[in-house]
Design a protein around this ligand. Structure first.
Ligand SMILES: Cc1cc2nc3c(=O)[nH]c(=O)nc-3n(C[C@H](O)[C@H](O)[C@H](O)COP(=O)(O)O)c2cc1C
Length: 385
């Protein structure tokens, strides 16, 4: 139902996102579009580029006077650094004299496989699109999806669980509190007692010319039960969410709820017993399933954890081979982050928002926001929500 296409190279003129399928009548403001882009750029351990970027999304189509039209939404994020790249990244014309080609692929990147696949002699022709810069376009698109979810009382946020060996604990904290604390932290971490350790791990990596990864959690609360489907493999919401998170560059593992721990937990302790609330409503005693059973939401908060690998561009580069000379050579260097786990969490939020927006339109329609709300109210009454 909802489709997203992005275009643009890392150092090209601009990034573009087209979001198709959203309903008419959704209010949208410039601040809605910019807030998440700003959040994506923050985070201890980011590279110098974040200071240049200061992303803003321009809404080119699909809305009039701050309201969506039900037509494709086009968003454009200009590259503020374009003047210093326009010769090297000119989409037309000829290469400038003395253009230095990148010949040494970086392990952990698309460089080598992209070269073999397309035969480009300059690895820049691979890395420009494979770069995580593209995720800014996803975040802009996700902000529109987030706006739709808010109409139905659904909130999506992320918080960092670990950086290298330093692990946060959020046990006993309410989601609102975790959210508030994460927003106030430059590591997006709700446990201030561990922030120092996390920053030290990032500093240490930087001093050694190294990089560091970590884990984060994406939480969606206020999600009604019954989104998604068990009827076909590709309509299961757990698979769609996990796939969307895995598509974020550098994400190497995704868990839902208790995740990998479920395998070692007896059934009697793994599943969430159904209990009656004070008003007779049906609740769960625990949320080990992370809000998803059989590809459907069950009304509990959706809990997704993701693991991010360390950034593959190192200032003390790994071994590689110069593709022109065939001789061993240290991998190419590019301006890079030391740690981007907090930012990856914001990108993962955007992906989660897009998938949930799709699921909510499947359930409640997608022509106009008013129709969707009527269907939502009927469902709420019928399901006693
Ligand atoms: C928000 C974000 C920022 C990133 N920044 C960098 C970076 O500065 N340098 C780098 O080499 N990789 C960075 N990455 C990771 C690479 O884009 C990624 O590892 C690479 O494209 C290979 O894809 P894969 O790790 O999914 O296999 C970043 C990823 C994310 C999500």
């Amino acid at each position: 139902m909802l489709r997203l296409l992005t275009a643009g190279e890392s150092h090209g003129q601009a990034l573009l996102a087209i979001v198709d399928g959203l309903p008419a009548g959704l209010h949208i403001s410039q601040e809605d579009l910019d807030r998440d882009l700003r959040r994506r750029q923050l985070g201890y351990g980011r590279g110098k580029r974040m200071e240049i970027e200061q992303d803003r999304a321009r809404l080119l189509s699909g809305a009039r006077f701050g309201k969506t039209l039900g037509t494709p939404i086009a968003l454009l994020i200009e590259n503020r650094d374009w003047p210093s790249w326009q010769d090297k990244m000119n989409p037309l014309g000829s290469p400038p004299e003395g253009l230095e080609e990148m010949k040494i692929p970086r392990p952990g990147h698309a460089d080598l496989a992209g070269h073999l696949k397309f035969g480009f002699s300059d690895l820049r022709e691979v890395l420009e699109r494979a770069s995580a810069r593209e995720t800014a376009a996803r975040v802009a698109a996700g902000a529109v999806a987030r706006r739709l979810l808010r109409e139905f009382g659904i909130e999506v946020f992320s918080h960092v669980l670990s950086i290298g060996p330093a692990k946060a604990s959020v046990e006993g904290l309410q989601w609102e509190e975790i959210h508030k604390r994460a927003e106030a932290s430059d590591l997006r971490c709700a446990d201030s007692s561990v922030e120092k350790k996390m920053k030290a791990a990032i500093d240490q990596a930087q001093q050694k010319g190294d990089t560091i990864g970590g884990t984060f959690q994406v939480v969606a609360w206020g999600v009604p039960p019954g989104l998604g489907s068990y009827s076909q493999w590709d309509r299961r919401l757990d698979g769609r969410l996990a796939g969307a998170l895995m598509s974020v560059p550098a994400i190497k593992g995704v868990e839902i709820g208790l995740g990998f721990h479920t395998a070692a937990t007896p059934g009697s302790q793994a599943h969430d017993e159904i209990v009656k609330g004070e008003k007779g409503q049906l609740l769960r005693a625990t949320n080990n399933a992370g809000g998803l059973e059989a590809g459907l939401t069950n009304g509990e908060p959706i809990l997704l954890q993701a693991a991010m690998k360390p950034i593959p561009t190192l200032s003390q580069p790994l071994a590689s081979v110069n593709l022109k000379t065939g001789e061993p050579a240290p991998a190419a260097k590019e301006r890079a982050d030391v740690c981007a786990v907090p930012a990856a969490g914001v990108v993962a939020e955007a992906m989660c928002c897009l998938i949930l927006a799709d699921a909510i339109m499947e359930k409640f329609g997608s022509d106009t926001i008013q129709e969707m709300k009527r269907a939502w109210e009927n469902y709420r009454k019928k399901a006693g929500l």
